[in-house]
Every structure is written in structure tokens, then in C-alpha cells.
Design a protein around this ligand. Structure first.
Ligand code: ATP
Ligand code: MG
Length: 134
């Protein structure tokens, strides 16, 4: 699927929210600036989260309460070759069936993610559009 603009990516994330339920684990794959966090912003809107989503790059994870209970937990393991304690935090949150977990730059934690998790790949095209595959 081709996504032409930031707005379309937000809409895609928002629509995706209707297709998932707790628990869900989503890994986002794509280069810097591909649109992963933009997708999460749309997803959060679709899930009814009113708080603005900001990139968790420096804190590694951010937690947002879902209106129906449970949390959306957004991880970003960018340049973290050894996730250390954060991988334990992730494992624990995966076992909680009320959570929706979304991971950017998850290469260092692939062993922890369940085999059947959702993987969304976003590719940056030369014309500025993005190709999304799931
Ligand atoms: N079609 C598009 N889809 C998504 N984002 C787009 C698109 N066109 C332009 N953009 C812009 O690209 C940027 C994507 O940034 P975003 O933070 O979502 O990327 P990211 O994949 O999370 O990067 P990082 O790996 O650094 O976390 C935003 O500034 C957004 O406005
Ligand atoms: Mg990001």
C-alpha cells in the first residue's frame, strides 16, 4: 500500500486501531524518518488516547492508558544494542493481556517478541511516499 502524506499515515494508523484488540504486539520496521512514530500517533488516536504521542527515543518506552483499561506501551530501542533491564520490562508487559505493545527498532529484542506478532514495514520511496506492508 502506498501512503502519500503524513495525514494518510495518521489515517492508516487510526484505521489499524479498529483491527486490533488486546493483547497485541506490533513491531514497526523502517529507516529513520520512515513514519513509524507517525503511524503510532494515528493508532493512538484510533484507540481513543487523547494524550499526544511523542517519540520515546530517550526514555525507551512511554505508556499511555487505554480508555477501556490496559495500556498502549510504545518502545523505541534505537541504537540500543543491549536493552538490558528494558528487555525485562518488555517481557513483563507482554505477559499482561491488557496491553497493546508497539516497538520501533526492535532488532535487539526480537527473541522476546512472540513469534506471531504483527510486523509492519514502512519503506521510504524516492518520491517521498511510503510503501507499507504488513
Ligand atoms: N507519507 C508519509 N508518511 C509518513 N510520514 C511522512 C510522510 N511524508 C512525510 N512524512 C514525514 O516524515 C516524518 C516521519 O517521522 P517519524 O518520526 O514518524 O519517523 P520514524 O520512522 O518514527 O523515525 P525514527 O526512526 O527516527 O523514530 C514526519 O516528519 C512526517 O511529517
Ligand atoms: Mg520514531
Amino acid at each position: 500500500m502506498i501512503i502519500k502524506t503524513e495525514q494518510e499515515m495518521l489515517e492508516y494508523g487510526k484505521a489499524f486501531a479498529k483491527r486490533i484488540h488486546c493483547p497485541s504486539i506490533i513491531e514497526l520496521v523502517g529507516d529513520v524518518g520512515a513514519g513509524k512514530t507517525t503511524f503510532v500517533r494515528g493508532l493512538a488516536i484510533g484507540l481513543g488516547i487523547k494524550e499526544p504521542i511523542t517519540s520515546p527515543s530517550f526514555t525507551i518506552s512511554k505508556t499511555y492508558a487505554l480508555p477501556q483499561g490496559g495500556n498502549l506501551i510504545h518502545y523505541d530501542f534505537y541504537r540500543l544494542s543491549d536493552p538490558g533491564l528494558m528487555s525485562e520490562d518488555l517481557s513483563e508487559n507482554i505477559t499482561d493481556k491488557n496491553n497493546i505493545i508497539i516497538v520501533e527498532w526492535g532488532e535487539s529484542v526480537t527473541d522476546i517478541l512472540p513469534k506471531d506478532h504483527i510486523i509492519i514495514t514502512i519503506k521510504y520511496n524516492e518520491d517521498g511516499t511510503r510503501s507499507v506492508t504488513q
